[in-house]
Design a protein around this ligand. Structure first.
Ligand code: SAM
Length: 420
């Protein structure tokens, strides 16, 4: 860490300690404050009287703030992933992982004003790249302390809801992570929310999970592309057919990966009738484009692993069970989806090699496959790097979505939600 940030942290720690939620660190509070000040955005816990001038005064006394422009430059000059310098819209990054969604939103001009992620290794990768240590467990954060924002983004873990005696209001989702998202939306009222999830959400619990999510959000004044009547009383099949239109494939946005995810875009009732999802770019993709020139030999899989993969594939064929491993070469148009378990045996994506066993992707190639910029610093632990990229998003898909969100909801609209 650089001296400047050390000085800032030392100076603000006593004040920050008063506002740290359970499960978060003072650094999360401090980083939110200083980035918000540099970007003229709302501060964490502003409702409880935290004030930009009070913080600037403390930093001035400590010699960490002379001029606004120097302060801004000192905060961002060493960052691999830089925030936009001015204007734009604000967003919060929930279930943030390593900030793949954040990168896509920043590329479309958005400024992140709050982030939450509770896994320690992901938090560290997030900090190395964005200079912002995320807040921890979202269930422990007082909603009123979260700064106002235009867009809420979150790729939340999919959990079943109780079936018992439901009125299908927000109270019925209690005890799930979705409940925390819904509470933030209800209280902070962002213009737009983008919820990302696995495609399996559509059929999860026979469509009931998706129905509860959409009914809850409709009940608090948000709309999406699915007609309210279908959400309230349509058949599961009708709801699922509509939800499938919210699925985007990474390979359609320029990265050679067959990742399919549902992206639910919701907006405050009345802002628009329909959201136009971004259209495929129709660029040709080739696995060779994300591969490194001369990867280390250690990525070639052992005879034992390769035999195991082949044996399982044979058995699966006989039992009519799935396909087993996936193998591609540099001319293939795309790979299977990289998942968080890729580090285990690499079975979903193996790269053919002449005259030897296939190999796994290197962490750099996993980053490329998700469309992360070259400057992105990934974890030094390969296991963590694969897990983090597998859990993350394809950045170009998020960039396309955030551009569409900006153009349809935020450009030329009143920007009051972004101001402190
Ligand atoms: C599918 S990942 C999202 C990754 C992210 N979109 C990215 O680009 O890296 C979901 C993340 O939610 C985090 N998470 C789960 N429960 C949480 C909680 N209660 N509070 C904060 N983060 C949580 C997990 O640690 C995981 O990193």
């Amino acid at each position: 860490m650089n001296h400047f940030l050390e000085l800032v942290e030392r100076t603000l720690k006593p004040l920050a300690n008063q506002y740290v939620p359970e499960g978060s660190t003072p650094e999360a509070v401090i980083h939110q404050w200083v980035h918000a000040i540099a970007q003229n955005r709302p501060l964490y816990a502003a409702q409880r009287g935290v004030d930009a001038q009070q913080i600037i005064n403390a930093l001035k006394v400590a010699g960490a703030y002379e001029q606004e422009s120097h302060f801004k430059a000192a905060l961002t000059q060493h960052l691999p992933i830089k925030p936009p310098t001015h204007g734009g819209f604000s967003f919060i990054d929930l279930f943030a992982g390593i900030g793949g969604m954040r990168i896509g939103f920043q590329q479309a001009g958005g400024t992140c004003v709050f982030s939450s992620e509770f896994e320690k290794n992901a938090q560290e990768t997030y900090f190395s790249n964005h200079g912002d240590f995320p807040f921890g467990d979202i269930t422990k954060i007082p909603v009123e302390d979260i700064p106002d924002h235009d867009v809420l983004i979150g790729g939340f873990p999919c959990q079943p809801f109780s079936h018992a005696g439901l009125k299908l209001g927000i109270g019925d989702t209690r005890g799930t992570l979705f409940h925390n998202i819904a509470k933030i939306i209800e209280m902070k009222r962002p213009k737009v929310a983008l919820l990302e999830n696995v495609k399996g959400l559509i059929s999860h619990d026979k469509g009931y999970t998706l129905q509860v999510i959409l009914r809850t959000l409709t009940s608090i004044g948000y709309s999406c592309n699915i007609d309210r009547k279908i959400i309230a009383s349509g058949t599961p099949k009708q709801l699922q057919d509509e939800a499938k239109k919210m699925v985007l494939r990474s390979v359609d946005f320029g990265v050679p990966q067959n990742r399919q995810r549902i992206y639910i875009v919701l907006w405050q009732d009345g802002l628009t009738e329909k959201f136009e999802y971004p259209l495929p770019t129709h660029s040709t993709t080739r696995v060779g484009d994300i591969l490194e020139e001369s990867p280390d030999e250690k990525y070639t899989i052992s005879d034992r692993l390769w035999d195991g993969h082949q044996r399982r594939k044979e058995n699966n064929k006989v039992n009519g069970k799935g396909f087993g491993f996936g193998i591609v070469n540099s001319e293939s148009p795309y790979t299977n989806t990289i998942s968080a378990r890729y580090y285990k045996d690499g079975s979903e994506i193996l790269i053919e090699q002449e005259g030897k066993n296939p190999r796994k992707l290197t962490p750099r190639e996993a980053a490329n496959l998700q469309g992360f910029p070259r400057e992105f610093i990934y974890s030094k632990s390969n296991v963590q790097a694969y897990k983090q990229f597998g859990n993350s998003v394809s950045v170009p898909v998020i960039k396309a979505l955030s551009k569409s969100i900006f153009e349809q909801f935020l450009r030329n609209h009143d920007e009051s939600a972004s101001k402190p």
